[in-house]
Ligand binder design. Structure first.
Ligand code: PEP
Ligand code: MG
Length: 563
């Protein structure tokens, strides 16, 4: 049994598939029998095309026609005769393939049209596929998986999750990452049981091994015996039944036991996630992480592209509010085409609003798109990583500039758009009263607030005991932010992962939190928890929690009180 971080709850029972980067190194050499070398290349190409066709057929059914066409397009590109010409001149097949494909790749990359530039990534995929066949190396393709696969990877990147075969994944195990790392957030949104930070799991777990992933407990059990398997099959059934029971809360108001109204929001990373949020009964979008729009592109998305994306969300919500966070670049969110200088300490460096204010022309593109989308729904702008009033005022000035420009251009926009602060730094917490005078709302980002308050990186498992929201320092900070906002009469929400923690929710009710925003699958459970507490009961518990000296005491108290 292996213990890791309980990143996404649920029980997954399946078979291991280890996804490691394939070793595609080779020794470039000259060949004398070019005909035989061409034959070797053609044989590898045939296998590649056959596998790709099988993937395309599967994708057509499992994912969609458009994605299947992209795969089928790979076959056409791979069969381009240019790929083999270099072999005739005496170059080995591997080198001929790498040289020719790199030439095509660079040619596509230099084109103005986005469509063509995207083909460069296809060429790179084709190169990997054929090269692997030539070298006899296995490449794990996460987009087409056998049923009940438990994927074991060193780290699950956002780009991997974009193509992953969600239908057939029973669980995810990684060697790195914590509960609030983006891989964990994505796994929860996809409702895939996940255990992260299992040391050496890529070597300890091997392909084909039967395995159980208990995402709630953070446990991975390899080669379970019949008794253990039966026990977990029962647990999986119970988990599914409990989930089904939450359906009773669908369509209901979110209110405490004594009738105080709360808002349950959902966190999203793309306009396409809105449908899933609404499916899970979200009442608002409490956080749209706009940086994913930037991460999925190969250059800065234009005002029009951003406007379309934000408007799509605003209209889909039919009047319900959406808080869109402006570009939160840096830290663990790299955007290669921005070519930002490497930093000694990127989490305390040139990132988020700091980067945006240094690049006002670029920032205004996003602000204009947000203002324009505001004409189609209830769009609110949120500024990430604020540490001082000056930053907020500077952003608000840019917003005003953008409004004037849009007015002159005769474009529709929301002249009363709300601007709020993501409360995620100790500095912002300490001046919460001052910030509350400047903005329309707060949303507490406990993922960063916990890390910066405790000086503990959210992804570093060596210090994961320090990265806990139950520490008195973090609780006091949260209380101060909520009370400062409430006193100033502005809306206070929370979009960090702590909003979905059933242990913490009674304390948040006591402090006066209005909006709880989380990943879609947590929404009905949170509505149930909120419905089980009166304000007076929450206040009594909060008083005891705030009197505790250690995180362990707080957690023990909250666990004993949990309903
Ligand atoms: C946070 O910091 O709490 C947050 C919600 O933002 P992110 O996880 O994207 O940093
Ligand atoms: Mg953050």
């Amino acid at each position: 049994m292996y213990q890791g971080v309980n990143a996404s709850e649920g029980i997954g029972i399946g078979t291991v598939m280890v996804a490691v980067d394939p070793d595609l190194t080779f020794d470039p050499h000259e060949v004398s029998d070019t005909a035989a070398e061409k034959e070797r290349y053609q044989a590898a190409l045939a296998v590649f095309c056959e596998k790709t066709q099988a993937q395309a057929d599967h994708m057509k059914v499992a994912v969609g026609e458009a994605e299947a066409e992209i795969m089928a397009g790979h076959i056409m590109l791979a069969q381009d005769p240019g790929m083999t010409d270099a072999i005739a001149a005496g170059t080995c097949a591997e080198k001929a393939l790498v040289d020719t494909s790199t030439m095509f790749e660079n040619m596509f990359l230099s084109m103005d049209d986005e469509m063509f530039r995207l083909r460069a990534a296809d060429i790179a995929d084709i190169r990997t596929g054929i090269l692997a066949e030539l070298l006899g190396v296995e490449v794990v393709d996460l987009s087409v998986l056998p049923e009940n696969t438990v994927v074991v990877v060193h780290d699950l990147t956002p780009s991997m999750t974009a193509t992953i075969d969600k239908e057939h994944i029973a669980g995810i195990v990684t060697e790195t990452g914590g509960r609030t790392s983006h891989s964990a957030i994505i796994a929860r949104a996809l409702e895939i049981p996940a255990v992260l930070s299992v040391a050496n799991s890529c070597s300890a777990l091997t392909n084909g091994m039967p395995v159980i992933v208990d995402g709630g407990q953070g446990i991975v059990i390899a080669e379970p015996d019949d008794d253990v398997l039966a026990e977990y099959q029962t647990k999986a059934k119970e988990y599914a039944e409990n989930k089904a029971a939450l359906e009773a809360f669908r369509g209901k108001e979110t209110v405490t036991a004594d009738g105080i109204k709360k808002i349950l929001g959902c966190n999203i990373g793309s306009p396409d996630d809105v449908a899933n949020a609404l499916d899970h009964d979200a009442e608002a979008i409490g956080l749209f992480r706009s940086e994913f729009l930037f991460m999925d592109a190969t250059e800065l998305p234009s005002e029009e592209e951003q406007f379309q994306a934000y408007r799509k969300v605003a209209t889909a919500l039919k009047g319900a509010p959406v808080i869109i966070r402006t570009l939160d670049v840096g830290g663990d969110k790299a955007i290669p085409y921005l070519h930002m200088e490497p930093e000694e300490n990127p989490f305390m460096g040139f990132r988020a609003v700091r980067y945006c204010l240094e690049n006002p022309d670029q920032y205004k593109v996003q602000l204009r798109a947000l203002l324009r989308a505001g004409a189609f729904g209830d769009v609110k702008i949120m500024i990430p990583l604020v540490t001082c009033v000056e930053e907020v005022r500077a952003v608000k000035e840019l917003v005003e500039e953008c409004k004037k420009e849009l007015e002159c251009e005769g474009l529709k926009y929301d002249e009363n758009i709300e601007v709020g602060v993501m409360m995620e730094t100790p500095a912002a917490s300490l001046i919460a009263d001052k910030l509350a005078e400047e903005v329309d709302f707060f949303s507490i980002g406990t993922n960063d607030l916990t890390g910066y308050t405790m000086c503990a990186d959210r992804g570093n498992d060596h210090i994961s005991n320090l990265y806990q929201v139950y520490y008195p320092a973090v609780l006091r900070s949260i209380k101060n932010i909520i009370e400062s906002g409430v006193n100033a009469g502005i809306m206070v929400g929370m979009c960090g992962e702590a909003a979905a923690d059933p242990l913490l929710e009674p304390l948040l009710i006591s402090f006066g939190l209005e909006e709880f925003s989380m990943s879609a699958p947590s929404i009905l459970r949170a509505r149930k928890t909120i419905s089980q507490w009166t304000k007076a009961e929450c206040d009594e518990l909060a008083e005891k929690a705030l009197a505790c000296s250690t995180a362990a005491e707080v957690k023990e108290l909250l666990e004993a009180a949990a309903r």
